[in-house]
Write a protein that binds this ligand. Structure first.
Ligand SMILES: OC[C@H]1O[C@H](O[C@H]2O[C@H](CO)[C@@H](O)[C@H](O)[C@H]2O)[C@H](O)[C@@H](O)[C@@H]1O
Length: 588
């Protein structure tokens, strides 16, 4: 299955990917970053999955079905035209109660359709086949810390560790299947009524979406991306995963495969700015509180990413028993980037907190104290090299984007003093802001080529430089901005979409292979064009990017223009936040 053949369902604790063929191929329980009990996505059916589809569709190989989300929700409706009739399957995860549940309701629409289900629970990323017991329409599975139950309206069989059932659905039938997980030392959770859960789930998502204030011509697009971003948020803490998956490759068959089921301060800051812009203050408040808890302590210990509960250590290891998505090995769990130095995150965080004040969000004294201590730290360290926002696995450099974000940090602190009456050394920060600006313009700008560069003295470019006008470092009218946009278009655009950099130049990255075009950067090009007054070109690019979304409006991190396929982790918050921000910009 292609990455874009998947749809997302979730309960704001975790998420599952449902394929067009009716197979749930990815699910981590009980949390986004827990071990997967369905990992077929990264190997094949033997790594665990739950298939539910017309039997004829299975016999004739991967079949295509019509599908959509129920309006304003994360309830997936897949409609199959099959021999003898038509059947619809509703897939969703109800709001988390006692335990996580996956509900699949099979509805007969017309005629009579033979159906087949196959459930292979494989705990710990496909490595553990549990013991199972069947009792009529119920399966109980257990191994180590995990136990699960399938409550089915039809008799179940066991076929060598896979639970199966064949049954017929007639017009008007509604057959509910409920999979429930629990820690193995606890009793079975109370049974969930699938139809009540359907109503609750619908009410939860539509109620949340009714708070959306976006108006401007792309309502449906913005609403779907906001729902996706909300689905990537871990409700108990307010932390947000960068994506629902690990190790979907940046290059098909390559080794640039990373685990994104953690909270990056940068990504979350982008998301929160989009949430504020679309009326979601509560999300901003919750994330601000998550941030205050996660980074509390010495600002020197600030990390670029944390787990959803703020845990700092995220050791990286390889699940070598998995073949990887279309052979893209290794499958990584954890992310060694947590130990990197990326100085831009200070600017991201301070900008985000400034924007939330501008939006009228109340901050207590602790928030301002945190801002001041982050600024103090940055004041003493902005001149140091870092790994940059693309998290290069190579030597530290003086990345221009990181320095620009140091300027942003000082700028937003000054504005907070001036506009929000907080007390702080504004004159000192003004001198610092000026010093950073001067240095970036002297050392990060190549006057001969008329462009800012990736790092001081580099030959390469960086798509993140497209953010310069939006961040206010230079006005759009400055010729250096137009020069940089043109240089990016000349050197980083591939088939109309933007690469984040050229890792082969200047040996910026020690990894082998290449990657697809980076979707967030392509949206940033649209933003830059809009700011330069080239609205038509901006809109054209934006609409081309929207056409890359799959049939249910989802985007991965990257797009491989050679194979015309989405690549990288999926769905990716960075890409969806860019959809919202560019739509907002084009509405102005
Ligand atoms: O490809 C290099 C790096 O890729 C990942 O980082 C990217 O994803 C992050 C989360 O969305 C984003 O904040 C960052 O800007 C991106 O470059 C990966 O997590 C890194 O380990 C890897 O080095």
């Amino acid at each position: 299955m292609r990455i874009e053949d998947y749809a997302l369902i979730g309960d704001m604790h975790t998420a599952a990917l449902v394929g067009r063929n009716g197979s749930i191929d990815w699910l981590c329980l009980p949390r986004f970053d827990s071990a997967a009990c369905f990992a077929a996505l990264l190997d094949g059916p033997r790594a665990g999955r739950w298939l539910l589809a017309p039997a004829a569709a299975l016999a004739s190989g991967p079949a295509r079905a019509g599908r959509r989300y129920r309006e304003g929700t994360l309830i997936l409706e897949t409609t199959w035209e099959a021999d003898g009739g038509c059947v619809r399957v509703l897939d969703f995860m109800p709001p988390r109660g006692e335990a996580p549940d996956v509900v699949r309701i099979v509805e007969g629409v017309r005629g009579r359709v033979e159906m087949r289900t196959e459930l292979a629970l494989r705990f710990d990323y496909g490595s553990i086949v549990p013991s199972t017991r069947h009792d009529g329409g119920e399966l109980a599975a257990i191994a180590g810390p995990d136990s699960a139950w399938l409550d089915a309206p039809v008799p179940l069989d066991d076929n060598g560790g896979t639970t199966t059932a064949s049954f017929a659905v007639s017009a008007g039938d509604r057959l509910p299947f409920v999979l429930t997980w629990q820690q193995s030392w606890l009793p079975r959770p109370a049974r969930v009524d699938a139809f009540t859960a359907l109503d609750d789930t619908e009410r939860t998502w539509t109620g949340w979406l009714s708070g959306c204030s976006y108006q401007g011509g792309y309502e449906q697009v913005v609403r779907r991306s906001l729902l996706t971003l909300k689905a990537l948020t871990y409700a108990p803490t307010g932390g947000l995963v960068a994506a629902a998956t690990t190790s979907l490759p940046e290059q098909l068959g390559g080794d640039r495969n990373w685990d994104y089921r953690y909270s990056w301060l940068r990504d979350a800051a982008f998301v929160l700015r989009a949430m504020i812009a679309t009326g979601y203050e509560e999300e901003a408040r919750t994330w601000r509180d998550w941030l205050l808890r996660a980074v509390a302590g010495d600002p020197a210990d600030l990390q670029i990413m944390y787990t959803l509960d703020g845990t700092r250590r995220i050791p990286e290891w390889r699940a070598d028993w998995l073949d990887g998505y279309e052979g893209s090995r290794p499958v990584r769990v954890g992310n060694a980037a947590y130990a990197q130095v990326q100085l831009d995150v200070y600017g991201e965080v301070l900008d985000c907190l400034y924007q939330s004040r501008e939006a009228g969000l109340r901050h207590d004294a602790a928030a301002w104290d945190l801002q001041c201590s982050l600024m103090d730290y940055l004041e003493g360290h902005w001149r140091e090299p870092d790994h940059g926002l693309w998290e290069v696995r190579g030597p530290r450099r003086h990345f221009v984007h990181s320095k620009v974000l140091a300027w942003v940090a000082a700028d937003r602190m000054i504005r907070t003093v001036e506009r929000h009456g907080r007390s702080g050394p504004a004159d000192r920060w003004k001198a610092l802001r000026e010093k950073i600006h001067r240095e970036v313009c002297e050392r990060g700008y190549d006057a001969e080529r008329g462009t800012f560069t990736q790092f001081y003295g580099s030959r390469g470019l960086d798509a993140a430089l497209l953010l310069i006008p939006r961040l206010g470092f230079l006005p759009p009218s400055d010729p250096r901005v137009a020069g940089t946009v043109e240089a990016v278009r000349r050197e980083l655009v591939q088939d109309g979409l933007v690469l984040r950099n050229r890792p082969d130049l200047d040996d910026v990255d020690e990894l082998a292979g290449s990657e697809g075009t980076f979707l967030a950067c392509s949206f940033w090009l649209a933003d830059a064009l809009a700011l330069l007054g080239r609205g038509e070109e901006a809109r054209e690019l934006f609409e081309r990017l929207l056409d890359l979304r799959n049939d249910v409006g989802l985007l991965a991190e990257e797009y491989d223009t050679t194979h015309a396929r989405q690549v990288g982790n999926f769905p990716q918050a960075y890409s969806h936040v860019a959809v919202v921000n560019t739509a907002a910009m084009l509405a102005c």
